[in-house]
Structures are given as structure tokens and as C-alpha cells.
Design a binder for this molecule. Structure first.
Ligand code: AMP
Ligand code: ZN
Length: 114
């Protein structure tokens, strides 16, 4: 998807602060952090959102979650706790329509979210 900003990050056409990469997944720091640690974990393949997934994506979704946990441990978030969020659709606040998991930590979070 040539016009997708995250596909361009995957391709290296747009710079990012990449913190993890494997065959199917990359992670990088969010450009506009909402906590002292704010990372994004995304599939390399263009998937619009969680709503664009099906049974055949089970393994990929598991891999994304495991990378979230790894990155959180690497940044020391696991002791205090952290939040993993995927905004799905406009009403939920999704602005980039390439599936991504936000990993946020380093401060307290309210519940329910706004
Ligand atoms: P969402 O609103 O859930 O779709 O989240 C999109 C996230 O992508 C926001 O937190 C943005 O700050 C982040 N973002 C947008 N462009 C970039 C970029 N070029 N590099 C890193 N993060 C980005
Ligand atoms: Zn994309």
C-alpha cells in the first residue's frame, strides 16, 4: 500500500526509531509519545485494523502480542505495569489505518479510557 505511512516505515522510505524487527513484525517509537515510553508494534504486511483480521491471522496476532511483551520488558515496563491498546476504527480514535499495537508505560493510566 504505497500511500500507507506505516507501509512506508516498513519499506524504510520514511525514517523511524526502530527498536525491533523480525520476518513479520516491526516495532518503533511513536513520533508523538503519550507516555514516557510509547512504542508501536505492527505487522509488516498491510492489515487495516483488528477488524481486518480472521482465523488465518491468529499466529500473526500472537506474534504481535509477544513482541509487545518483549519490548515492554526491554524498557523495564513490566515491573510497574504497562498498557497495550489497538484503536479500531474512527470512533475508537484510529488515525493510521495499518494495524498497530500501542505499548505505553512509565506513568499511571486511568480506567476507563477517555
Ligand atoms: P492511532 O491514532 O491509534 O491510529 O495511532 C497512530 C499513531 O501513529 C499515533 O500515536 C501517531 O503519533 C503515530 N504515528 C503517526 N505517524 C508516525 C510516524 N511517522 N512515526 C511514528 N509514529 C507515528
Ligand atoms: Zn500499511
Amino acid at each position: 500500500m504505497a500511500e500507507c505511512i506505516f507501509c512506508q516505515i516498513v519499506a524504510g522510505a520514511i525514517p523511524s526509531k526502530k527498536i525491533y524487527e523480525d520476518e513479520h513484525v516491526i516495532a518503533f517509537d511513536d513520533i508523538n509519545p503519550q507516555a514516557s515510553v510509547h512504542m508501536l508494534v505492527i505487522p509488516k504486511r498491510h492489515v487495516v485494523s483488528l477488524d481486518d483480521t480472521q482465523d488465518s491471522d491468529t499466529e500473526l496476532l500472537g506474534q504481535l502480542m509477544v513482541v509487545c511483551a518483549k519490548m515492554a520488558r526491554e524498557r523495564g515496563l513490566n515491573t510497574g505495569g504497562y498498557r497495550v491498546v489497538t484503536n479500531t476504527g474512527r470512533e475508537a480514535g484510529q488515525t493510521v489505518f495499518h494495524l498497530h499495537l500501542h505499548v505505553l508505560g512509565g506513568r499511571s493510566f486511568a480506567w476507563p479510557p477517555g
